[in-house]
Design a protein around this ligand. Sequence first.
Ligand code: FAD
Length: 521
Amino acid sequence: MDMTSLLYNKVHAFILLLILSCPYKIIQKPIDFGSLNLIQITDTASTDFGWIQFNAPASVLKPRTPNDIAFLLSFLSVSSFSKVSVSARGAGHSIHGQAQALDGIVIEMSSLPMDINVHKNVKMERSGLMISYVDVSGGALWIDVLKESLKFGLTPRSWTDYLYLTIGGTLSNGGISGQTFKYGPQISNVLQLEVVTGKGEMVTCSPTKSSELFYAVLGGLGQFGIITRARILLQETPKKVRWQRAFYDDFDTFTKDQEILISMAELIDYVEGFVVLNEHSLKSSSVAFPANLNFNPKFVLNGRFKVYYCIEFAIHDNQAEGIKVEKVVEEIAQKLSYMQSHLYSVEISYFDFLNRVGMEEQSLRNKGLWEVPHPWLNLFVPRSGIKKFMDLLMENISPNEFEGPILVYPLLIDKWNTNASVALPETIESRTDRVMYVVGMLRSINPAVCKRDCLNKILRKHRYIAQTATGPHIGAKQYLAHHPSPVDWHSHFGSKWIQFAERKVQFDPLHILGPGQGIFS
Ligand code: FAD
């Protein structure tokens, strides 16, 4: 940037600050702040997938380059007379306004050019190892990374269930799915990041370069910097995927078998599971699974609700000579104790397998049930507390009314880098036990049936479940957490709080970034 344009930008940013600190809303029309593409607010900037909180910003930045973000943050961080907060917004698939900035500035990351550059078989300088990776902008969607890397016969290793999320959005949380037991969360598969800190500094960081910032940002809930670029590890794409579902009528057998499966990482590529509460959860979970299910269980037995469980696991089929995937599935199935004759198996393309929730989205959109409130609750539960947690859950929901999946599947704690910012269970048992469970209550609310009062009741119930589960009796931690006050965040981070707070002082001392999380204010 030359001196004239720097001065020009400073003058415009000064006007911006005056506007943002003015008690009256005088932003009436799109504004041209020199090179900064700041506009009047957009509809999307104050909403998200949760449809629970709607906080309008004062303005929206549509950056054309990472420099725009650096410029805005460096200016805001040296001006002490106005406290303007800034949130990066990826795809806005948060639940509780985490990417919103009340009266502040929302940066729409999708405006950055969607650069996706795949590098195949590159020799690493230090180790001499050959690796493949993709360099991608922070606002790109995972679905686009998949499409581009498939052109090279490559793919990221670790996924989320849904692919219409941004790189920056999931790396700010963790990014988990059925591959996490094998490769760790998405944040364990990042080689390098380009980050703009809350001070406006543009830093390239990695495990060996500016590592404190690198680990702070991974799982850092948008508190330390804005991810403008990421380098993600790739592997070869499988030709096909063999996808299995097995049904259970007993929780202990279900989890025991899940743990058997994750102990066979050399054979198995994906393990998840869900609770089958009612007809609806059976039908809706089958949208993308192209097999004829001959499973018609009784959901009421002797006047009481009966709950079932489903494990899903998948094996990549590289169609290599001499290896028959059916045979491998048979061998694995012999080690499992599912309900007799209720193992179902299909073979589908790798893309369709990864994009399975995209199909469910389409089905929900067709029924007008996508843009509705989603009071979701996600938790990491230590293995020692999973049974108690399920009892707590079942005491607090009505199985016949619940709409949406309840996911339950195991992860391995040692696949997570403890230096990253994510809070994991800290019970004494989980310090020695490798296994923890993720439980996701992914509820959809039909607003025609459940109005605001009813939604508030559900939210209160979830708060109660979360508070009880995160107490010492169970020792869970919220994932994609939402807490009512900074004090609750303090206990969320537990022994990691001091490090988290020190990193904030180091990288965003004026607390400009990530107001929607409510961690520091
Ligand atoms: P946003 O909601 O836009 O932002 C989330 C947070 O990240 C905000 O605090 C925001 O300020 C910050 N942020 C966004 N971009 C950046 C950036 N570039 N740099 C720094 N901070 C940034 N999660 C899983 O782990 N596994 C799943 O299987 C999974 N499935 C999902 C399915 C659906 C249908 C939905 C709606 C969500 C799912 N999620 C899952 C949750 C999802 O990973 C998080 O909500 C994630 O934050 C969404 O990404 P986003 O791009 O929409 O982020």
